[in-house]
Design a protein. Sequence first.
Length: 96
Amino acid sequence: KETQLFKLVSFITGWKNSLKGVGYFLGSALLQVNYELALSVMMGLVALAMPWAILGLDAQLGTAKKSNAKWHDVFKLDNHNLNVLSLARLFLFASR
């Protein structure tokens, strides 16, 4: 089950990064044509994504739970794969 979770997380992360790359490329290509055109196309793409974000995301997303997380819930030391992934992400984002 954990392997499926890792595959799903890596797939979603890769998909997100690919879409970011397409957005940067499209935005820079459109800037070469016209600033207003680039701005309107990018705003249009964001407007296309808004219904999915509004209707597709859970309403409880981002709300606090009734009880705070304990330290042993946050730092699970029994899963080696999760710790390696977390350490890799720490170095990835710290290098920026």
